[in-house]
Every structure is written in structure tokens, then in C-alpha cells.
Design a protein around this ligand. Structure first.
Ligand SMILES: *Cc1c(COP(=O)(O)O)cnc(C)c1O
Length: 430
């Protein structure tokens, strides 16, 4: 495969951008070679600057649930753009996207739009603290909540620990109000609440942890967490930036039938443009400025072009049968690959929920905690190279999940599954 144009562009990028990228995982540090520079996407396909064509399962890391260059999204964006791109004043489109989300979601009464998932989480954590008057936040090891200072932490040793920062530039004071617990472990939550419960503002969790492998939680754990939060008067915050509008219109909360107190969204809600959002029931949202004392603002918040893209995308997602169809096609794809791996006796399993999948080099039937992941990514690296050679693009790290979009028809998925199987054969032949 010729990659010289991408290689040249990467050399230039490194002159101007740290690591040549604007977000670290794009730099291909976990796989071989320079990152591919993408020049075009349409439906399931992307093309790089060397004119290689790929079936794409990265889908911009999740936002593109309708695939690339969806005609409805594109036309609505262009139509909106003809009237200008930003006003810093209210527009009708903000009402439309807000109504579409709120009217079809039993969990939230009001929503505030911002421009990224990180911003949504950061703002909603401030809201949780402002509403409750308490300081501490509980997070789980293996969940990602954007690059919010207080969330860039890992657990120390022990069941309940204060977060240790995972990035330079974060003062201890920013992380020592964050408690870190293992996933899927109610005893750890109980122990934590017994000691610190009186000062915990909220528990934040990815109800479907999908940023560090796909660590599917027992439904009983999520239900237990809800009950413990209620009993201890602690807010439950579902970070649905990846799972929102992905596994159901109402995200994981609808999928599992569990009601959180605060929710954050991002990715899909913007139709491929930068939108984040957070929502809650009326009395909590009443604390947000200008109604209440919790300050939060944004020059480009509720940007009309981004709202237009979100509306066009969500109008498609809300149609009858959309999520059943997504899940059915994904199952078809995953089953084909898992059957092949099993028949060949490969140490490999694809885990899946909704239209998300994750490739694990493991014989475990379930992986629910970060420390259960085999950190040796040598096989993934091999597989990644073989997938690229076979015309398949996935996120360039073994900790990242893949996404199936509406554009991935059964025919394309059958073809893609054959390519995955061939790539697995090559990987395990070594
Ligand atoms: C992607 C993601 C974020 C961060 O969103 P950005 O738009 O990248 O800032 C936060 N939380 C979860 C669960 C995510 O998947």
C-alpha cells in the first residue's frame, strides 16, 4: 500500500502541530507507520491522500452514526450556512434540537448546549457540585470523561483511592476531590459511600464504558449503583457522550431502563459538527446561569450550523426501528467474525452492544474491569496492519472500539467481515 503522500503531510504537520496532530490518538503511536491523512468520506468509505480506499469503522470516533457525507445532514448544513454561520444570539434551531432531545427523553427536562463532550462533562460536574453543595466526585477506573482536569486521574492501590493525576499540569488540589473506584464492584461503592458519602456531589460513570476497551457492566451493578446513590442522596451522572443516541435514542439510560440525575452528550448529537450538551430534571437545571448561580457560557454554544447537523442526524435516528436495525446488522457482522475465530481456534473475541464493537485478544467470556484487559497489544498491532492492507480502517489503538453506521449495509458488512477474517488469519499465521 502506497502511503507516501500521508507520510509527507505528517512530516509537515510535525513542524507546526505538537506530534503532528490535534488529538493524541491520531498520531498512530500504538500502531506502525505514519497516520493516514484522510481527504474524503462517503457512506461507509474513506479515502486517504494516496487514494487508498477503506471501509471505515472509526466513523470519526462515533459521531457519524449515519456514515460519511450523509445527504440529509449535508443539505441541512449547507442550507443553514447560506444564512450565516454564527450570531451569538438565540436561533430557532437551538429550540428545535432541544425539543427533539428533551421530548423524546424521560430523564431530562432541560438541556444546555456547548461545543464538546469535555466541555459538557466539565460543566455538568460544576452543576452537580453547585446543586448539591458537596465537593467530592466518584469516578471509575477505565472510564474516560474527556480531558477535564479532575477526571484525568487513575486509581492508586487499594479499593477506594484518591485520584493520581495522569497528566502533567494538574495541581494536586484539582484531583484530590476525585475518588477512583473499580468498575462493576458494588462493595467498593458501599465502602466509599460509608467513608465519604456525606461529601460526595456525584458519581460519574460511562454506563457503557467504551473508551478503554468495551467494559460492559452487569445491569445489576448499574441498578445497584442507582439505588446506593438514591439512599445516600448522591447524584448519579451518566456520561453518555459515546452511548447517547448510539444504543438507543435515550442512550444507555433507555437501554438499561435506569434513570440518572444528570446526563452528558456529545459525538452523535452534533451530526459530525462540534456539539456537546448536558441535561437534568428541572430543579437541577434551575441552578444553571442565568436562572441560577452555576456559571457556564460559550461564544459558539448552540451554533446554528452545528445545531442543523444535529437535527438532521437525530431526525433519522428517531425513526421507528432505527436502533433495532443497527443492532441486527452489527450482530450479523460480529457473529461472522467470532465464528471464524472460534473455528480456527484463535485467541480472539469481539465484544458488542448496540452498534459498538471491540476486538479483544482474549479467551475471557466477559471483560468488565480495566485491570482485566491484557495490556500486550502486539497482536492488535499486527491485526491493524493487516486490516489496513485489506482495506479496513479502525481506530489506531487496541483500546478503541469500532462503530457500525446506518451506511454499513449487510452486503458491505459481509464483505468487511471477510476482510477481518483474512486479517485475523494473517495475524495468527505469524
Ligand atoms: C468522547 C468522550 C468524551 C469527550 O468528548 P470530546 O468531544 O472529545 O471532548 C467524554 N466522555 C465520553 C464518554 C466520551 O466518549
Amino acid at each position: 500500500m502506497k502511503r507516501s503522500n500521508s507520510e509527507q503531510l505528517f512530516e509537515t504537520a510535525k513542524q507546526y502541530l505538537p506530534g503532528g496532530v490535534n488529538s493524541p490518538v491520531r498520531a498512530f503511536k500504538s500502531v506502525d507507520g505514519a497516520p493516514l491523512f484522510i481527504k474524503k468520506g462517503d457512506g461507509v468509505n474513506i479515502w486517504d491522500e494516496d487514494d487508498n480506499q477503506f471501509i471505515d469503522f472509526c466513523c470519526s470516533w462515533g459521531p457519524l452514526i449515519l456514515g460519511h457525507n450523509n445527504p440529509n445532514v449535508r443539505e441541512k448544513v449547507i442550507e443553514t450556512l447560506h444564512n450565516g454561520s454564527s450570531f451569538g444570539a438565540p436561533t430557532r434551531l437551538e429550540n428545535e434540537l432541544a425539543a427533539l432531545v428533551v421530548e423524546n427523553n424521560p430523564v431530562i427536562d432541560k438541556i444546555r448546549f456547548c461545543s464538546s463532550g469535555t466541555e459538557a462533562v466539565m460543566s455538568a460536574l460544576r452543576l452537580a457540585r453547585g446543586y448539591s453543595g458537596k465537593n467530592k466526585i466518584v469516578k471509575f477506573e477505565g472510564c474516560y470523561h474527556g480531558h477535564v482536569d479532575a477526571m484525568l486521574v487513575k486509581a492508586g492501590s487499594g479499593l477506594v483511592t484518591f485520584g493520581e493525576s495522569t497528566s502533567a499540569g494538574i495541581p494536586e488540589g484539582y484531583t484530590n476531590e476525585t475518588l477512583v473506584l473499580p468498575l462493576n464492584d458494588l462493595d467498593a461503592v458501599k465502602a466509599c459511600f460509608a467513608e465519604w458519602g456525606h461529601d460526595i456531589a456525584c458519581v460519574i460513570i460511562e454506563p457503557i464504558p467504551a473508551n478503554n476497551g468495551l467494559l460492559l457492566q452487569d445491569k445489576k451493578f448499574l441498578q445497584g449503583l442507582r439505588e446506593l446513590c438514591t439512599e445516600n442522596n448522591i447524584l448519579l451522572f451518566f456520561d453518555e457522550v459515546i452511548s447517547g443516541f448510539r444504543v438507543a435514542f435515550g442512550g444507555a439510560s433507555e437501554y438499561y431502563g435506569i434513570t440518572p440525575d444528570i446526563v452528558s452528550y456529545g459525538k452523535i448529537i452534533g451530526g459530525g459538527l462540534p456539539v456537546g450538551a448536558y441535561g437534568a430534571r428541572k430543579e437541577i437545571m434551575a441552578c444553571v446561569a442565568p436562572d441560577g448561580p452555576v456559571y457556564q457560557a460559550g461564544t459558539l454554544s448552540g451554533n446554528p450550523v452545528a445545531m442543523a447537523a444535529g437535527i438532521a442526524q437525530l431526525e433519522e435516528c428517531i425513526k421507528d426501528g432505527f436502533y433495532e436495525d443497527q443492532e441486527e446488522r452489527t450482530q450479523f457482522f460480529v457473529n461472522k467474525i467470532n465464528a471464524h475465530a472460534k473455528e480456527k481456534g484463535f485467541l480472539f473475541e469481539m465484544f458488542t452492544i448496540g452498534s459498538i464493537f471491540w476486538m479483544a485478544f482474549s479467551d475471557k467470556l466477559a471483560i468488565r474491569r480495566a485491570d482485566e484487559i491484557d495490556g500486550d497489544m502486539t497482536s492488535f498491532k499486527d491485526l491493524y496492519g493487516n486490516l489496513l492492507e485489506n482495506g479496513v480502517y479502525v481506530g489506531p489503538s487496541g483500546y478503541e472500539v469500532g462503530f457500525v453506521s446506518q451506511a454499513h449495509t449487510k452486503e458491505i458488512l459481509a464483505e468487511a467481515a471477510d476482510k477481518f477474517c483474512a486479517a485475523l488469519d494473517a495475524t495468527f499465521a505469524k
